[in-house]
Design a binder for this molecule. Sequence first.
Ligand code: MF3
Ligand code: CO
Ligand code: CO
Length: 269
Amino acid sequence: MAISIKSPEDVAEMRPACRLAGEVLDYIEPFVTPGVTTAELDRLCHNFMVDVQGCIPAPLNYAPPGYKPYPKSICASVNHQVCHGIPNDRALKKGDIVNLDITTIKQGWHGDTSRTFVVGDASILAKRLVAITHECLWVGIAQVKPGVRLGSIGAAIQKHAESAGFSVVREFCGHGIGRNFHEEPQVLHYGKAAEGPILETGMVFTIEPMINAGKAAISELPDGWTIVTKDRSLSAQWEHTVTVTQTGVAVLTLSAGAPSCPQGITITP
Ligand code: MF3
Ligand code: CO
Ligand code: CO
């Protein structure tokens, strides 16, 4: 399967799903405090998506080949959990970091975005990992324009993460997105600028670097979903859904509460 090119009408139709996903994160942020469980955050997000936004939480019962159906409506990955953490009844505590990953379906289109929140306050290391990972997302976004190779995104992210002394998870990547949750291409968060397909106007994909404070290696928990760092070091992740415009990039999952592009990183709209 080739990388699908979305028409301007398609991209316009995708915008609501993408904006709503961002707005779920805006909604849930005040609830991410010491004592709340990730199951409660899941329930709140589920009800907000279904009852207020009128959209479908894409993760619920999502079952790609080789996986059992995902049992919850959001992913919540705490501390050394890298991604796909299943919400549960353990309470968050001050100093934790938690990634909440939201994917909505609206009008048949998907929107996918995640942020890593600091619970209360956290260690200097945890806060630095979260901030550098956010910068990694945006240095990746800053590469996006027609004519550039996909590998430029991963190369920029890898350089930024590794110069900070952190490592890039290899086994999971960004992805094309549209009528399907996961489409071509795979958007690696490491690699070489000269590699990969050439970006064209109308491509829509996610960039979602997972950055570890320790080594890059990961393992999967027996629940069949949760990914953790092998060395149990902290891991952070940020994600946006973006589209290639005629001149650069549009970030479709931005919402009022989304942190903006960090100082010193330049985006071409
Ligand atoms: N939202 C994740 C991503 O960014 C995928 C989660 S799949 C799930 O690609 F089933 F765990 F929800
Ligand atoms: Co994604
Ligand atoms: Co996601």
